[in-house]
Write a protein that binds this ligand. Structure first.
Ligand code: KIV
Length: 275
């Protein structure tokens, strides 16, 4: 059955956990869907793990639409959330609504995600008023990496913890259906989770959140440029892929591949006539 914003609300009510993973293409989305993952986030982590940028700043609306469309085709049951890239919503409420609309119309997303708290509450309200579900994102917000001074744990001082709680409440008040909490101490994420009526999705925020999200290349061991402490590797696909690429390289070079089994045939008589 298709996961919707109502599935998220019911999970919060029932105390059942929500699973979310990132994906950026059709085949991966299809595999996640078949595995029963509740929601697929087309994250702007696309910039890091697919496009090879050092941060998410350069990701464009065109990048996000292109990859969201591919994921949406593969996800039958998972709720597809598309990230709004840097400067697609910070500039004005108008830009936010127009760009959220593009991710829905052209990308066929089921919802959008944007980073920030109180300062983006007007954008969240306007997007929700336009009929588009919004997932917010607080704590470590990678689009603000230059202001934050790096990928650091957030909310550790009293003032920072109070600000995060205020942000979470403002987001909820503005109409967001869920919020991602990234790189925040477990006890603070738990407190925020308990104070909110909407589900929290943690990444590096402990197991007290209502759901969890991970970047799929991280959890499958396919991305080694940078691995945060909160990543659990469920497989070492990177090693398996490199070994397979190496074997292919060898077999091509010593003509073991392709063998007869992977080769099309034609009658010898026809070939002889061509000589
Ligand atoms: O872009 C992304 O993948 C994200 C997750 C890390 C939550 O925002």
């Amino acid at each position: 059955m298709k996961n919707t914003v109502l599935t998220f609300a019911k999970a919060k009510e029932d105390g059942t956990k929500i699973s979310m993973l990132t994906a950026y293409d059709y085949s991966t989305a299809k595999l996640m869907d078949e595995a029963g993952i509740n929601s697929i986030l087309v994250g702007d982590s696309l910039g890091n793990v697919v496009l090879g940028y050092e941060d998410t700043i350069s990701v464009t609306m065109e990048d996000m639409i292109h990859h969201t469309r591919a994921v949406s085709r593969g996800a039958k049951n998972a709720l597809v959330i598309a990230d709004m890239p840097f400067m697609s919503y910070q500039t004005s409420v108008y830009d936010a609504v127009v760009n959220a609309g593009r991710l829905m119309k052209e990308g066929r997303a089921n919802a959008v995600k944007l980073e920030g708290g109180t300062e983006v509450a007007p954008q969240i309200k306007a997007i929700v008023d336009a009929g588009i579900p919004v997932c917010a994102h607080i704590g470590l917000t990678p689009q603000s990496i230059n202001r934050l001074g790096g990928n650091k744990v957030q909310g550790k001082s009293e003032a920072a913890a109070k600000k995060l709680l205020a942000d979470a409440l403002a987001i909820q008040e503005a109409g967001a259906f869920s919020v991602v909490i990234e790189a925040v101490p477990k006890k603070l994420a738990e407190l925020i989770t308990n104070k909110l009526d909407i589900p929290t999705i943690g990444i590096g925020a402990g197991n007290g959140c209502d759901g969890q999200v991970l970047v799929y290349q991280d959890m499958l061991g396919m991305f080694s440029d940078f691995t945060p402490k909160f990543v659990k590797k469920y497989a070492s696909l990177g090693e398996i892929m490199t070994a397979a690429f190496r074997q292919y390289d060898e077999e091509v070079k010593n003509t073991f591949f392709p063998s007869e089994e992977h080769t099309y045939k034609i009658d010898d008589e026809i070939i002889e006539k061509l000589y």
